[in-house]
Every structure is written in structure tokens, then in C-alpha cells.
Design a protein around this ligand. Structure first.
Ligand code: AMP
Ligand code: ZN
Length: 112
């Protein structure tokens, strides 16, 4: 299967890693939308949030543990945003589940 983020996990495509363990990888977004913009992904290929089930959801909890830790390390004490785009209408461009951890600026609500 041709998946950009699976290639990053395998090391076939380079990334600026900020966190890694057995089930999760976090790396800097190549096109940052905020002073801090980290992508946190499961090492298991899950296509999107629409594919999260009881069988694979534990890694999502683990991703949020990593997000909390990374936000603290990045000094985002004023706040941060975690976003997952699911499907074409939401603008999901990479079809491997990922959570954007964004911080270092103010964000508007509702999102565009
Ligand atoms: P989304 O549009 O929600 O699917 O998010 C995909 C994200 O992946 C975008 O923010 C891209 O900038 C980012 N991205 C694409 N290719 C790379 C790459 N090689 N390394 C790091 N981030 C990437
Ligand atoms: Zn993948």
C-alpha cells in the first residue's frame, strides 16, 4: 500500500521526529500552520477517524497522552488545539489517521 505516513514510520521518507514509542510517532508538520505544529500518528495504518473501532481505539488514547506531554514540553500553557481532519470534505489530504497538535498562537472558533 502506498501511504506517505507509513513510509515515514518505516524511515523511507525523512521526518523531524519529536516523540516515538512502540505504537505512536510524532513529527513536525512540513507546512506548519502555527509556531508549534506537530503531527501525532498511530504506527498501525488506520485510514481516518471514521475507521476507529473498539479493536484499535487504545492507540487513540495513547496519542492523546503523547499530545498532552508534547504540549507541556512545547510550553503551550496558554492553550493549544488538537485537530483531525476526516475525509475529503474536512480536507484530509493524507489517508493515515493523524492528529494535528497546534499551538503558539490564538485560534478562531468555529474553524473554517
Ligand atoms: P491533513 O490535510 O489533515 O490530511 O494533514 C496532512 C498534513 O501532513 C498537512 O498538514 C501536511 O503539511 C503534512 N505533511 C505532508 N507531507 C509531509 C511530510 N513529508 N512531512 C511532514 N508533514 C507532512
Ligand atoms: Zn499508512
Amino acid at each position: 500500500m502506498d501511504c506517505l505516513f507509513c513510509s515515514i514510520i518505516k524511515g523511507d521518507i525523512p521526518s523531524k521526529k519529536v516523540y516515538e514509542d512502540d505504537s505512536v510517532l510524532a513529527f513536525y508538520d512540513i507546512n506548519p500552520q502555527a509556531p508549534v505544529h506537530i503531527l501525532i500518528i498511530p504506527k498501525e495504518h488506520i485510514t481516518s477517524a471514521a475507521d476507529i473501532t473498539a479493536a484499535n481505539s487504545a492507540v487513540v488514547a495513547h496519542i492523546f497522552e503523547a499530545a498532552s506531554k508534547l504540549a507541556g514540553e512545547a510550553g503551550l500553557s496558554d492553550g493549544f488545539r488538537i485537530v483531525t481532519n476526516c475525509g475529503d470534505s474536512a480536507g484530509q489530504s493524507v489517508k493515515h489517521l493523524h492528529f494535528h497538535l497546534l499551538g503558539g498562537r490564538d485560534f478562531t472558533w468555529p474553524p473554517g
